[in-house]
Write a protein of this length. Structure first.
Length: 265
């Protein structure tokens, strides 16, 4: 069992925001590895990082690893827990100054939460304070190009959007099809945004799935585009087969809210 040292317990109640790109929590044993949680690091990249550093973690049992991968720095804090090791991965832009004490405290806190069987919702709440979410999202629509609204996250005060989400999903699919047929055919450009007064839909299409974010017209943070890429990758990673063989059951997509909540309030 990991015991928090004096001062580390404070982070459990008031985590400190750090200038990092992402965090991942992994359980590693001699037989397998299990990704417990990830934010800001795609599942595919986490799999690569686990494969790369798993031998060192198993050999050393406990310790820290800091390594450069191109323009990124990977920092790993890992602890021995009976028959497994719990590893906390951090992804940081090269040459970024990071509060090392805060990172160590965060690692011990997250490891303690894992040991205590804390629910993922509590782990996510803690990580959202370490890596702040994007604020200003009114709604997210995930729509197939055939017009099926697969998933929505709509802010509580946007009642009219919630009441008409199916029609809005169909509208997004139709206007994108029109754009591809008329605009893209003549210019090669693709529709990327639709303005609505003080708000706009930011649109991206990945593997015939439309991801439309209704946000304020205020300047977007540097992480916004990276978060939208991560959302798309995680959706396709989880539901690509379900979309290809869609049978009308939307319940299978409901748990995707847990992924969206990592990045958007």
């Amino acid at each position: 069992m990991i015991v928090l040292e004096k001062g580390h317990q404070k982070l459990l109640d008031s985590p400190i925001a750090m200038d990092i790109l992402g965090v991942g929590i992994v359980s590693i044993t001699e037989k397998n590895s299990n990704l417990i949680y990830n934010k800001g690091i795609s599942r595919s990249l986490m799999k690569d990082l686990i494969k790369l550093y798993r031998p060192d973690i198993l050999e050393k049992k406990e310790g820290k690893i800091i390594d450069l991968l191109g323009i990124l720095t990977v920092s790993i804090h890992f602890y021995s827990l009976d028959t497994e090791s719990i590893a906390i991965f951090y992804l940081i832009e090269k040459d970024t100054l990071t509060d090392y004490d805060a990172m160590c405290s965060a690692s011990r806190t997250l490891a303690q939460m894992y040991c205590s069987n804390a629910p993922l919702s509590l782990i996510n709440k803690t990580c959202n304070k370490i890596i702040p979410n994007f604020e200003g999202l009114s709604a997210l629509f995930v729509v197939s190009t055939s017009g099926h609204t697969l998933f929505t996250k709509i802010r509580d005060d946007k009642v009219s959007i919630s009441e008409n989400h199916i029609q809005i999903g169909g509208f997004l699919s139709a206007i994108l099809m029109f754009s591809n047929e008329i605009i893209a055919k003549n210019s090669g450009d693709t529709l990327q945004a639709i303005n609505f007064g003080g708000q706009q839909f930011i649109i991206s299409v990945k593997e015939d799935i439309i991801f439309a974010y209704l946000i304020d017209n205020s300047p977007k943070t540097d992480n916004f585009e990276r978060y939208t890429d991560l959302i798309a990758e995680e959706f396709l990673d989880q539901f690509s087969d379900s979309v290809k063989n869609f049978n009308g059951d939307l319940n299978q997509f409901h748990n995707f809210k847990l992924v969206v909540d990592k990045y958007f309030l």
